[in-house]
Design a protein around this ligand. Structure first.
Ligand SMILES: [Zn+2]
Ligand SMILES: [Zn+2]
Length: 404
């Protein structure tokens, strides 16, 4: 024990009535053994002080250090309905107490003292860990309980649950994510038939419905690895996504069952597969990943097409780099700039009159409709120009998303 500890403790005890726990906590770093209360008792013995201050009469904590068991009960009650593996405890303490505590630190230059708040959090956590059979996780808890020690109230912060999967979209005209009515901003008006929505349903809502039921979550966010046009289908192996369920009560849900029920309830508008649990970190990965896409494109020309000519053009496009100035249809929300994208493969599947079916493999982010039409020559080279007949996309499907 350092020489200054005892005189400092003596001065404090002469001025203030302190419980053992509060006394020990002020010298937590200087004394190595035991709990704060044990450290306090040791100091008192060394100072030959016989009288002991009960926590209720403690000038500093006003009895808080003896209320731990009570706080533990309150927190357990509040957490009862939630499933979790890891947790963290926080607390709110009367400001008067915190000010008094700081006054003592300054008076005796106690730089290493432990704040009362930390002792309370730590002691609650220590009792809860074995009782719940769960672990304290500081950076990333499933659930955080903050006890307000003045009002005996517990506030819970529930970590989101993340579910990864891939979706296919079989029907055109369904947007990927929720799209609020632009007139009422989602409040509901005559124009949107009081639904607040611009589209009847979305991939997001079809996927989230059963997940929210099974987890009893309050809300969700949908994170897709890119998105297809509203009028394009999404086929093949499907597009990666992560569904974030907010404030879930259940976490150990049966994902095979969720997959099955979602696919039944979405009535072949969409289909999901490969569900597994994920993390917030993975969202960034699937959002940033540049997956190569394969499209089936049905084009419509303004004059009959020549199959040989089309096949020749298709061959010349293998590995071709194209330059696309921001398309007219997205120019209002994106900066005007030139994008370079590669066409990996272009195969003519069938030609009949003015209609042709083409399989296109391109780099992530290629504007397909503009590559076909030329978009007033904003895309160079483009299919219309190469075959010498203006054409446009009639139907567009994503048939594969590679790279997972
Ligand atoms: Zn105390
Ligand atoms: Zn509306």
């Amino acid at each position: 024990m350092k020489s200054e500890v005892l005189p400092s403790a003596a001065r404090l005890l002469h001025q203030y009535a302190l419980c053992d726990s509060c006394l020990g906590r002020l010298f937590r770093k200087q004394l190595t053994e035991g709990s704060n209360a044990e450290k306090g008792r040791l100091l008192r013995t060394q100072l030959h002080q016989k009288q002991h201050t009960p926590a209720k009469e403690c000038w500093l904590c006003e009895g808080l250090t003896e209320e731990i068991a009570h706080f533990v009960d309150l927190i357990m009650q509040a957490m009862e309905d939630y499933e979790f593996d890891t947790f963290l405890i926080g607390s709110k303490i009367d400001e008067d107490i915190q000010e008094k505590e700081q006054r003592l630190w300054e008076q005796e230059h106690l730089q290493d003292a432990e704040p009362l708040k930390m002792q309370i959090n730590r002691e609650i956590g220590k009792i809860l860990e074995p009782r719940l059979g769960k672990t304290v996780d500081i950076p990333n808890p499933d659930i955080m309980a903050v006890i307000d020690t003045v009002y005996d109230q517990v506030a819970l912060q529930i970590g989101s649950l993340f579910i990864y999967g891939r979706y296919k979209k079989y029907q055109r005209g369904i947007p990927q994510t929720k799209w609020p009515c632009q007139i009422c901003q989602g409040k509901g008006c005559k124009r949107c038939n009081y639904t607040g929505k611009l589209y009847e349903t979305t991939v997001e809502e079809l996927i989230a419905k059963k997940a929210l039921e099974m987890t009893q979550g309050t809300d969700e966010s949908f994170h897709g690895s890119g998105r297809e046009d509203i009028d394009a289908r999404m086929l093949g192996s499907g597009r990666p996504f992560i569904l974030e369920v907010k404030s879930p009560k259940k976490r150990t849900i049966d994902l095979a069952l969720l997959e099955k029920e979602t696919n039944i309830s979405s009535k072949s508008l969409i289909e999901i597969s490969q569900l597994r649990f994920s993390t917030r970190e993975e969202i960034a990965r699937i959002k940033a990943a540049e997956f190569q896409k394969t499209y089936r494109v049905i084009i419509e020309a303004s004059a009959p097409l020549n199959k040989e000519k089309l096949i020749k053009v298709a061959q010349s496009l293998q590995g071709q780099l194209i330059k696309q100035l921001t398309p007219t249809r997205v120019a209002h929300r994106r900066a005007n700039k030139i994008r370079e994208r590669r066409i990996y493969n272009c195969t003519i599947e069938s030609v009949e009159g003015i209609i042709a079916s083409i399989t296109l493999e391109t780099e992530s982010g290629t504007y397909i409709k503009e590559f076909v039409s030329g978009d007033e020559n904003k895309t160079q080279p483009n299919l219309s120009e190469l075959i010498g007949i203006p054409c446009k996309v009639k139907e567009l499907d994503v048939i594969d998303v590679k790279g997972e």
